[in-house]
Design a protein around this ligand. Structure first.
Ligand SMILES: O=C(O)CCC(=O)C(=O)O
Length: 253
């Protein structure tokens, strides 16, 4: 991470990393998704499926692309692990849930949502890497957040009408992205899915990571489901552990 990226993540709790996937990769992933994913939209024009990492090698390789591993190491430490993954597809008019997350889990005090900085080291609990397979331009909706709330002492004071998007508030932000961009955010940030207003479909793939010692999801990855996984991917998919857990990235990877 560059010094400016560290500054921004510490300040706001999220980053947009531009052009992680080029146009050819976006087209390929979208084409594969068209073949693999039946897209059974619910009554809210929303659909979601898990895990997308099992949609074949191209989706498995989104676990640890070279461009993003440095962010995982910086934000989650040398033993980072993938916790769970899924996709979100939305059509015009879609809405789902409200703003959630926040330090100490926000509305779920037992959750693993935290952000720490100590003596040069940033660390996070559950942290999300969202691959945008479609753009989200100003006002389109999709990922939204309240920048800086990963350090807020007052998340319980956010009005319900702001949380459910029925009242706009100047402090709620919808980052603009192009297809191929990646949003990285800590779940300690108050965030959610804003109603989707664009005529085109929203397509997002969410890969969620934890530090090596912790898990959010109750299910762990089964390596048998990932034929062809690299040794590094196998280490990243290992269940949580403290003692003896190998570093996720090793010389020669
Ligand atoms: O990208 C989005 O729609 C937000 C996803 C979300 O709320 C989450 O990861 O908890």
């Amino acid at each position: 991470m560059t010094p400016e990226e560290k500054f921004t993540f510490d300040l706001e709790g999220y980053l947009v990393v531009k052009n992680v996937l080029d146009a050819a990769a976006v087209d390929e992933l979208n084409g594969l998704a068209d073949e693999i994913f039946p897209r059974n939209y619910d009554e809210n024009n929303y659909c979601r499926a898990a895990p997308v990492s099992r949609w074949g090698a191209r989706f498995r390789d989104l676990i640890d692309p070279a461009a993003l591993v440095p962010y995982m190491l910086e934000l989650l430490g040398p033993k980072f692990r993938i916790d769970h993954d899924y996709c979100i597809f939305m059509q015009k008019g879609a809405h789902r849930g409200g703003l959630h997350g926040g330090p100490q889990g926000g509305v779920y005090p037992e959750a693993d949502h935290w952000y720490r900085y100590h003596d040069g080291t940033m660390r996070n609990g559950l942290t999300v890497v969202t691959y945008c397979l479609s753009p989200a331009r100003r006002g389109d909706g999709g990922f939204g957040c309240i920048p800086g709330t990963h350090k807020s002492n007052f998340v319980h004071h956010i009005p319900a009408a702001v949380r459910n998007f029925s009242r706009p508030a100047h402090y709620v932000c919808q980052p603009e992205v192009e297809a191929g961009d990646v949003i990285i955010f800590t779940e300690a940030l108050v965030h959610g899915t804003m109603p989707w207003t664009a005529a085109y479909e929203r397509r997002a793939l969410l890969y969620k990571y934890s530090p090596g010692h912790s898990a959010w999801d109750q299910n762990y990855y089964e390596l048998d489901d990932y034929p062809g996984a690299t040794e590094r991917q196998k280490r990243i998919m290992a269940p949580p552990a403290v003692g003896g857990r190998p570093d996720s990235v090793q010389d020669g990877d």
